[in-house]
Ligand binder design. Structure first.
Ligand code: NAD
Length: 261
């Protein structure tokens, strides 16, 4: 086991599935102590079980919380600090895609729900974690945006608004907190094969979504979906301390698709 993370404490939201889970697997394999947050208790317990099968010595704290609720966010940050005494890395990642629809049909409730999780959740997370990191005089944050946060995808009003917002928050806070030894970046994944994207394919093509999925990636320069571990590896690099001079940046991880006409 590499010990790039030494005894670093890493807090991850949306840790029970997809990108958050892949990042947890990667960082715990390199010595990180984990605080894993999710709404889905069963999936979170399962994630811990898998980690402890691979890394029996791993320290893994589980916290059930809804990132869209400020009091829940305050609690997950407080419980992490109470348990470990510090937070070195924060993967501020939980999010949903929401229902796909034209703007006029998108629905105000759906818009507010998606923005509440994807944007308010990211803001609350930074608000409480930055307080801790500023006192430490060190720390690193990765916010999960999306290629939908740097260009138009269509049929995703709430998602686009929230992810563009995450990009703005990242640049703003990165500029504010560099002076305190904290670097804050966003990742902008393209289509990565996770339960969220599988659901999205079902929304577009119904249960027989295999062909639609092939079509979907045919325009990608690499002709495939990304793998969750390809995101986990980048997040680990950004939180490891090796990327200390990358700040306020938005890093596309999309096989080059956002640079293609
Ligand atoms: P996923 O559905 O596999 O995992 C998301 C996790 O977040 C789930 O475990 C879910 O229970 C949790 N979650 C959802 N709402 C929550 C809430 N209110 N509070 C706490 N936990 C909550 O999805 P994923 O693909 O791993 O997505 C993770 C992040 O990556 C999201 O922000 C998503 O927008 C972003 N993203 C994903 C892709 C992709 O292609 N998969 C692309 C770009 C961006």
């Amino acid at each position: 086991m590499s010990d790039r993370f030494g005894e670093k404490v890493v807090l991850i939201t949306g840790a029970a599935s997809g990108l958050g889970q892949a990042a947890a697997f990667k960082m715990v394999s390199e010595g990180a102590k984990l605080s894993l947050v999710d709404l889905n208790e069963e999936a979170l317990q399962e994630t811990k079980k898998v980690i402890q099968e691979q890394e029996p010595q791993a320290e893994v704290l589980l916290i059930i919380a809804d990132v869209a609720k400020e009091e829940n966010v305050k609690r997950y940050v407080g419980e992490t600090v109470q348990h470990y005494g510090r937070i070195d890395g924060f993967f501020n990642n939980a999010g949903i895609e929401g229902k796909q629809n034209l703007t006029e049909d998108y629905g105000t409730d759906e818009f507010n729900k998606v923005v509440g999780i994807n944007l308010d959740g990211i803001f609350y997370g930074m608000k409480y974690v930055l307080e801790v990191m500023k006192k430490q005089g060190a720390g690193a944050i990765v916010n999960t945006a999306s290629v939908g946060g740097i260009r138009g995808v269509g049929n995703q009003s709430g998602y686009a608004a929230s992810k563009h917002g995450v990009v703005g928050l990242t640049k703003n806070s990165g500029v504010e907190y560099g002076q305190f030894g904290i670097n804050i970046n966003a990742i902008a994944p393209g289509a990565i094969w996770t339960p969220m994207v599988e659901d999205s394919m079902k929304q577009m093509a119904g249960d027989d979504y295999g062909e639609a999925a092939k079509d979907f990636v045919s325009v990608n320069p690499m002709k495939r979906f990304g793998k969750p571990e390809e995101i986990g590896n980048v997040v680990a690099f950004l939180l490891s301390g090796e990327a200390g001079f990358i700040n306020a940046s938005v890093i596309p991880i999309d096989g080059g698709q956002s640079y293609k006409y």
